[in-house]
Design a protein around this ligand. Structure first.
Ligand code: GCW
Length: 701
């Protein structure tokens, strides 16, 4: 009896001291009471209650409820929601036409009697409510508050690579959050929390299933399940989409073909689409991976991507939906340079797609590497709206073990200048439709979300979900500003701790590049698993799944010659963009080996030879993880103990694995370079053979 009582006493004490362990479930929507009394008071005076004006749609009610939930937590007192116009200190929510705000933009203004949040649609007001909460959470003061913002991109989607059996392709945070066996009868409360988190950063669409799609999602049984999820998402302004399996007419439709130009196939898709819209009137549309990595597609019938996409667009008819057709393709028997293949297949189709089609392009030409040049299709298909696809799940970026904040990676791509219409033709302007004057625009993030209690496995993975949403809304935000926002909302606002944590976030991606793929190396990771180093990989099912295909190390030097003397992939870029990379003497070191085969003894712009620079980067990269550990340690007093320990432990693994990458790559490339490790660095103590064994261990071969 006594031990139980003692435990109870401890628990009560713990609760009263507010030292509840932070399991990360609440993401950036923490809403713990503001510690500063004066700040609390200032907001309390302006937030005595919430008033919903006009027709209280489900989304407006949700907006009011979310605002109430947040404010009550942050201000430590009740904030009632009332329908009637109230007195002093009220926050009024109102849908009001405003041509300057687009469809989803909001305005927050201070009024004599409190605050007002307006927008042309109820979803806009919902975004305004979350924006107001962000102000409070990040410690802003309410006096003279005046804010307005509207999204620059229309379709802001998460893509889930989730399978019907609950697995997640390239997912590192547990299993899928969608419980297909329970749907539609049981709605996991997590669905709503997921919707809330997305709405808080402006995400307005969710592709529920993997692009390597199962036809099952299109069956009547599954559409009921999808409809149930759509019902949870709807009040949060989020529409659901499905990835479709191209051969569905054959597999579930009983037709002998899936040829897009066969009238029966077109009719099948039309009827299926009508059936979907009957169940889900605000269904968003289809995402398609076709004729890629073994998936079926229109080319199986001698048709092209436009034939396939346009047939689906016709099936959508007057329904308010779109087709997002992926350009992630590379030929089954590649003899050339994989870098060029998507371009060669898609660029000639520019102008051939119907107006409801967007072509979805990964940020880089290979595959979500830690650093890639922007995809050459951006700027090269001016008559087609292009969706930018980025990966939040860290397939090639250390899974959920390595701390890598992806804001800088996404931003680097958005800010890249395609020069397609002269200087300043950034990828961001291509994607948001302003450069080429498209009326629709989209962006997609491959989700890093799973059933782990903290959603993303690595606690800092949450920052990648957050940063993606914020950049999808406004690509002009800086990644550092977003990191600061996220940290303040999620971890701490204590200035010293911020000063320790923020440099870690902001530099983490560069650190990762240094100890894995410095100077423009790419695709030298463990086969299939895409984890750990395997630069020696020379045999695989296809040459472009090996490492040697990409690094091309030999006695002379290292790197893939993509100039006119080599694969000439550089010619796919507009002259202005190409020029920066064409000359090895002026090519920024970060991109050097993407485009050039450089001699080991060649002096680089950094003043070192290629070999010395390469080894130095591997060493400084690995050492920087120790710096990350020290910085993290300094922030400890301000952080939740459980969360701090979790990240600290992951940083220890990260350092061990950074050394693994360093030793593997330095020792392996040394067999070609035949040069000593520079005298300032301590040579690895283990032989290459020992390091190679680690890969076998990880891959369970
Ligand atoms: O990066 C590769 C992944 C595949 C993925 C594919 C794609 C969904 O290794 O797992 O399949 O890209 O983007 O289609």
């Amino acid at each position: 009896m006594l031990p139980r009582l003692l435990l109870l006493a401890f628990l009560c004490l713990g609760a009263s001291l507010g030292c509840r362990a932070d399991d990360g479930y609440r993401l950036w929507l923490k809403y713990d009471e503001l510690p500063e009394a004066s700040l609390r008071k200032a907001w309390q005076d302006r937030a005595r209650g919430i008033v919903v004006e006009g027709n209280a749609t489900p989304t407006l009610q949700t907006a009011a409820h979310e605002l109430q939930l947040g404010l009550q937590g942050l201000l430590g007192r009740s904030v009632p929601v009332g329908a009637a116009p109230g007195g002093k200190g009220r926050i009024r929510l109102r849908v009001a036409p405003d041509p300057t705000l687009g469809r989803e933009g909001y305005r927050i203004s201070s009024q004599k009697n409190g605050l007002e949040i307006t927008g042309p649609t109820d979803a806009a007001v919902l975004y305004g409510c979350f924006a107001l909460l962000r102000q409070v959470q990040t410690g802003q003061r309410p006096e003279q508050l005046s804010l307005s913002s509207q999204p620059r991109i229309e379709y802001r989607l998460l893509n889930h690579w989730d399978n019907p059996n609950g697995t997640v392709e390239r997912g590192y945070a547990g299993s899928s959050i969608w419980k297909w066996l329970e749907l539609p009868d049981r709605l996991d409360p997590r669905y709503q929390d997921y919707a809330r988190a997305n709405a808080s950063i402006g995400i307005n669409g969710v592709v529920l299933n993997n692009v390597n799609a199962s036809a099952r999602y299109l069956t009547a049984e599954y559409l009921q399940k999808v409809a149930a999820l759509a019902g949870v998402m709807r009040p949060y302004g989020i529409r659901v989409y499905l990835s479709v399996f191209w051969a569905a007419p054959k597999v579930i439709g009983g037709l002998p073909t899936s040829d897009p130009l066969d009238p029966k196939v077109a009719q099948w898709w039309k009827a299926k689409t009508d059936e979907i819209y009957k169940a889900i009137p605000d269904f968003g549309g289809f995402l398609v991976k076709a004729n890629s990595e073994g998936e079926p597609g229109p080319q199986d019938y001698g048709r092209n991507h436009a034939d396939g996409a346009n047939m689906l667009a016709t099936a959508l008819g007057t329904h308010d939906g779109v087709v997002m057709w992926r350009a992630f393709v590379y030929k089954a028997n590649s003899k050339g340079d994989r870098f060029k293949e998507a371009f060669e297949e898609f660029q000639p189709l520019d102008g051939k797609f119907s107006p409801k089609v967007l072509v979805q392009v990964k940020n880089g030409p290979i595959d979500f590497q830690a650093r890639e040049p922007f995809h050459p299709l951006f700027g090269a298909m001016p008559r087609t709206p292009l969706v930018l696809e980025v990966q939040l799940t860290q397939e090639y970026l250390g899974f959920a073990t390595h701390l890598v904040y992806l804001g800088p990676l996404i931003k680097e791509c958005l800010d890249a200048d395609t020069h397609s219409q002269g200087p300043g033709s950034t990828v961001a302007k291509v994607v948001d439709g302003t450069l080429e004057k498209h009326s629709i625009s989209g962006i997609a993030g491959v989700a890093n979300i799973g059933s782990d209690r903290n959603w993303t496995g690595h606690p800092v993975g949450q920052a990648n979900w957050y940063a993606y949403g914020r950049l999808a809304w406004d690509h002009t935000l800086s990644s550092a500003a977003i990191a600061e926002e996220w940290t303040k909302m999620t971890l701490t606002r204590e200035p010293q701790a911020l000063a320790s944590i923020l440099p870690v976030l902001n530099q983490s991606r560069d650190v990762y590049v240094r100890y894995t793929t410095p100077l423009g190396l790419h695709h030298i990771m463990g086969q299939s698993i895409h984890y750990g180093p395997e630069p020696w990989l020379e045999k695989s099912a296809r040459p472009d799944w090996t490492s040697v295909y990409y690094h091309k190390a030999d006695a002379e030097g290292l790197g893939f010659d993509r100039t006119a003397r080599g694969s000439n992939a550089l010619s796919l870029y507009a002259p202005g963009a190409r020029q920066v990379w064409s000359n090895p003497a002026t090519c920024p070191p970060d991109y050097l080996l993407w485009f050039h085969h450089v001699g080991w003894g060649q002096q680089l712009s950094t003043g070192r030879t290629l070999w010395d620079e390469l080894t130095t980067r591997y060493y400084t990269g690995a050492d920087s993880v120790l710096w990350m550990q020290r910085q993290w340690e300094q922030a400890r007093p301000a952080l939740d103990a459980e969360l701090h320990a979790d990240v600290a432990a992951r940083l220890r693994i990260q350092h061990r694995e950074a050394l693994w990458w360093r030793d593997a790559c330095v020792l392996y490339f040394q067999t070609y370079a035949k040069r000593p490790i520079p005298p300032t660095l301590t040579p690895p103590t283990r032989p290459l053979a020992e390091v190679k064994e680690l890969v076998d261990l990880y891959q369970l071969r």
